[in-house]
Design a protein around this ligand. Structure first.
Ligand code: AMP
Length: 283
């Protein structure tokens, strides 16, 4: 496995692999890798002949400076894990390699109503930043396949749609969320949770399961929302941003299930100053 910092070095290597007929997979990450990231790399290496994992903490997708500054960095450990997971190249660019033109940039993504709900609503400009960096990576790597995690369901939907809207010739896979034993979705931000608060972090997943059970028992989404608000109000360290039911066919908030196989529950909020998000499918 090679670690490469510059796109000028990466592009010729990928050109050679592609002309040898290899299918190229791309897994974009921001590092501080855990089992969730590694399952994306494994999913790519099963389907693709050559997997590129990018590690880049993308400043344009952070709406909160503290979150950006405190974003964990475990680079040496990441490289060790990626070697074991079947990654072929790590692309870990410095800021200028992706944003050399930043001060003169006039291109700006916008996603209309999609940005008014869930993560879009609570993290202004977040998806514009995600789409910007992912498009740059798509243009540099020109992958045949890309893998994203279900953990960030709205982001997966956005990238799937971006691929269609901009006619990228890329297949996308949604890889199931990898969880800790108590159900907490693995996340780089979990490294920032103080030991004594760690049990409370599982509340996010527990609320999703409680909400799902209530719906399965014929209760309404508004009763489930009331219950989740009540659970969050019991701990001063917890703050709820949203708990919503989503039609994953069009990514709209719904209050009645239309298609059980295209319904998910999404939750986000804070454990002290650490923002956590999660979701589960209804089926
Ligand atoms: P990040 O490094 O947070 O930008 O995440 C990089 C990719 O890993 C995204 O596609 C995420 O959805 C995915 N990911 C993050 N956490 C998990 C998880 N617990 N299970 C599966 N995929 C994940």
């Amino acid at each position: 496995m090679k670690v490469i910092n510059l796109k000028s070095e990466l592009i010729p290597i990928l050109k050679k692999e592609r002309s040898a007929g290899k299918k190229i997979g791309l897994v974009p990450t921001m590092g501080a890798l855990h089992g969730g990231h590694l399952s994306l790399v494994k999913a790519s290496s099963i389907e693709a002949d050559f997997t590129v994992c990018s590690i880049f903490v993308n400043p344009t997708q952070f709406n909160n400076q503290e979150d950006l500054l405190k974003y964990p960095n475990t680079f040496d450990e990441d490289i060790r894990k990626l070697k074991m997971a079947g990654c072929d190249i790590v692309y870990a660019p410095p800021h200028e390699d992706l944003y050399e033109n930043e001060s003169k940039r006039i291109t700006e993504f916008s996603f209309g109503e999609f940005e008014q709900i869930l993560e879009g609503k609570y993290r202004p400009a977040h998806f514009a930043g995600v789409a910007l960096v992912v498009s740059k990576l798509f243009n540099i790597v020109t992958p045949d396949l890309t893998c994203f995690g279900q953990k960030d369901l709205q982001q997966y939907y956005l990238i799937r749609q971006l691929i269609k809207d901009l006619s990228y010739n890329i297949e996308i896979r949604c890889v199931p969320t990898v969880r800790e034993e108590d159900g907490l979705a693995m996340s780089s931000r979990n490294l920032r949770i103080p030991h004594e608060l760690r049990p409370l972090a599982a509340t996010f997943y527990q609320c999703l399961i409680t909400g799902k059970e209530m719906l399965k028992n014929g209760e309404s989404i508004s009763s489930a929302k009331r219950k989740v608000k009540e659970i969050f109000s019991e701990s001063a360290e917890l703050k709820l941003d949203y708990f919503e039911m989503i039609d994953t066919g069009n990514f709209k908030i719904i209050d009645q299930i239309k298609n059980e196989n295209e319904t998910s529950l999404c939750i986000a909020g804070y454990l002290n100053n650490i923002r956590l998000i999660d979701n589960v499918n209804y089926n």
